[in-house]
Design a binder for this molecule. Structure first.
Ligand SMILES: Cc1cc2nc3c(=O)[nH]c(=O)nc-3n(C[C@H](O)[C@H](O)[C@H](O)COP(=O)(O)OP(=O)(O)OC[C@H]3O[C@@H](n4cnc5c(N)ncnc54)[C@H](O)[C@@H]3O)c2cc1C
Length: 386
């Protein structure tokens, strides 16, 4: 990171993002239902707001925000549907960060400016039919043939794959190995011969954010596609991106929970039963108060961990457990807040077209991807026992 944007300029930028959220994104939420991806006019607004470049340094045409600043931006953006954030999330996190921290200078110069402008959407291809939580069990192979690699395998549930111009692909370069050490990371243009996409997956929620399978059939890439020009250690390469993405997912949980709580409070104040507003009933108040307390805890966790992330610089190791704690706590928290928000809305909360119904389905994902809750628990305990 090339340094934090000046405080005044940043506050002005944040105010602009807040306006974008209130004036453009929230009104567009109803347009997401049943859609594969965002409407192009909305994607263009995200590009113009610089959101594809928040994590990319200014020397590569990004905004060069610190992690704390990124978290503050994401708290604003994810007050609207998390689907808007999903469109640029794979570019700012798992797509760009491995190139920024582990790529060669040629790879940075080629890809980061295009990612920062939103011209090149990146998709991160790790998960496979037989390798989900056990991500080190990747079966996609990259066979060396002289100065090339030939890649074959199937990836699944890949966010933005169908929208991407470039894929970051984890493949096994060390034949016969079964663990993470034998895996390498590749940067592969989407239009490389041999790459095909599956149909968009039909999902419980997150309408407007596409996932799909990606098939690699003897895809021939030059060795310059290898991130950092190094074979093996692909997971080390991915770790900076994974840490980044997990903290952003935890932040997304906080933004979504704030919106859900605000919706629940507004409804409870307006809806009357037994001659008074729902908000006057102490049992309803308890649900709102529990949500507020948990929300504040998660918000504090992500902001403090973001500051630690900035202070740590390259030394990310000790942060792995804290970031996993944020992801675990915040994603479980938003599940509880969403459930209470639906409950406070009664039948209205179960109806299509209500914001809390849409968000309830959307936030269920947050406990599953970027490492499911039990995987975070295992990771936290492993780090504690080190
Ligand atoms: C909408 C969506 C978008 C996604 N986007 C991407 C993407 O862009 N790129 C990408 O590479 N992947 C992506 N994923 C994949 C995602 O990261 C995986 O789904 C996730 O890691 C879980 O893997 P799995 O689905 O294979 O579940 P499994 O690994 O089969 O796990 C099923 C359940 O078993 C539990 N479990 C597994 N192992 C253990 C254990 N050792 N101890 C206790 N419990 C365990 C898990 O916690 C989970 O609850 C996406 C998934 C979804 C649903």
């Amino acid at each position: 990171m090339d340094g934090m944007v000046q405080a005044d300029a940043f506050e002005e930028y944040l105010a602009g993002i807040r306006r974008l959220v209130r004036e453009r994104l929230i009104p567009a939420e109803a347009r997401l239902e049943g859609q594969e991806t965002l409407p192009e006019d909305i994607t263009q607004r995200l590009r113009e707001a610089g959101l594809f470049g928040i994590s990319i340094p200014t020397r590569y045409a990004g905004l060069g925000l610190s992690m704390e600043q990124q978290v503050r931006v994401m708290l604003e953006v994810t007050y609207a549907s998390a689907v808007f954030r999903a469109r640029f999330s794979t570019t700012i996190g798992l797509g760009s960060q491995p190139i920024l921290y582990n790529g060669t200078e040629a790879q940075r110069a080629e890809w980061l400016p295009r990612m920062a402008s939103g011209e090149a959407t990146a998709a991160f291809c790790l998960t496979e039919p037989e390798a989900g939580s056990d991500a080190g069990g990747v079966r996609t192979t990259a066979r060396r043939e002289g100065a090339h690699f030939v890649i074959s395998g199937t990836k699944r549930y890949i966010t933005n794959a169908r929208q991407a111009q470039v894929l970051i692909v984890m493949a096994r370069t060390a034949e016969g190995t079964r663990d993470a050490a034998g895996i390498s990371a590749f940067i592969i243009p989407r239009d490389t011969p041999g790459i095909t996409m599956g149909a968009a997956d039909r999902k419980m929620g997150q309408d407007g954010s596409a996932t799909s399978e990606v098939y690699f059939d003897e895809v021939r890439v030059p060795e310059s596609a290898l991130v950092g020009g190094r074979e093996g250690g692909g997971f080390k390469t991915a770790m900076r991106g994974i840490n980044h993405a997990r903290l952003h997912v935890a932040t997304t949980c906080v933004g979504q929970a704030q919106r859900l709580l605000d919706e629940a409070l507004a409804y409870a104040k307006q809806r009357r039963q037994f001659g008074q507003a729902l908000a006057e009933f102490q049992l309803v108040q308890a649900q709102l108060a529990d949500s507020r307390a948990e929300l504040l805890a998660a918000r504090s966790m992500v902001l403090e961990t973001a500051r630690a992330f900035d202070a740590a610089g390259e030394a990310q190791g000790p942060l792995v457990a804290d970031i996993a704690c944020c992801k675990l706590f915040a994603s479980e928290m938003v599940g509880r807040v969403a459930d209470r928000a639906v409950q406070v809305h009664g039948g209205m909360g179960y109806m299509r077209g209500s914001v809390v119904e849409q968000f309830f389905r959307d936030v269920r994902l947050l406990r599953i991807f970027e490492g499911a809750s039990d995987v975070q628990r295992l990771l936290i305990a492993k780090e504690m026992m080190r």
